[in-house]
Design a protein around this ligand. Sequence first.
Ligand code: GSH
Length: 220
Amino acid sequence: MTIEIFAHPFSSYCMKAIMAFYEKEVPWTLRMLSPEHPENNEEHGRRWPVRRFPLMVADGEQVMEATAIIEWLEAHHAGGTSLIPADAAQAVRVRMMDRIFDNYVMTPQGRCVFDAIRPEGDRDPYGVAEAQKLLDTSYEWLDGEMAGLQWAAGDDFSMADCAAAPALLYADWTYEIPARFETLRAYRQRLIERPSFARALDEARPFRHLFPLGAPTDRD
Ligand SMILES: N[C@@H](CCC(=O)N[C@@H](CS)C(=O)NCC(=O)O)C(=O)O
C-alpha cells in the first residue's frame, strides 16, 4: 500500500497525524506543502479546495482531517500502538479528549497565532483575549482532569495524546501554561519525550523560525 500525506512538518495538525504513523510503525511518504513544491500545492488544492492539511491518500483513497486519518490508520493497521480502543464504550473517552484538545486548546492557540500575522490594522484584541480566556479554562480543567493519569485516556497512549502533543506544545509557546499547573506541565513533558512525538518534533525543528510569536530556543 502506498500512503502519501500532504503536509508540512511544522504544522500542528500534521504532527498529530504523523506521530500516529510513527506509533503504528506504518511507512508513509511526505508530499511537502511548500513553495518549493508547487506540484504538491496544486494537487492538494485540487483534491481539497478547503486547502487544510494534513490530507492523506492511500492507494487512491483520500482522507482529510487529522482525527479521521488516525481513525483510518487504526481501522487498516492492527500493528503498533492501539490508538483507539476496539471496545466502543472505552473509545468514547479517547474521542472526547481528542475533540477537547482540538477544540479548546489547539483552536484558541491558533487564534492567537493567526492574529499575530495579520496586518496591524486588522488585529482582533478582543478575539485574542477570548482565546486566552478559553486557554485559561482549558489549562485549569486539564490540570485537574489529568491528576493520576499517565495519558489522556488513562494508562494507555491513544489518539487523544496525538491531539494533545502538538496542542500543548504550541499552546505553551503561545500563552504559557502557568507553573501552578504542575500536572498538566508534567503531562506535556511526557508527550515531548514520547519517541513518536520527539521524532516529529525533530523533523519540525528546522522550521522553528516560522513560528510568528518566536519559538523558544532553550527547551522542547
Ligand atoms: N480540522 C483540521 C484542521 C487542519 C488545519 O487547520 N491545518 C492547518 C495547518 S496546522 C492548515 O491547514 N492551515 C492552512 C490554512 O489555515 O490556510 C484537522 O483536524 O486536520
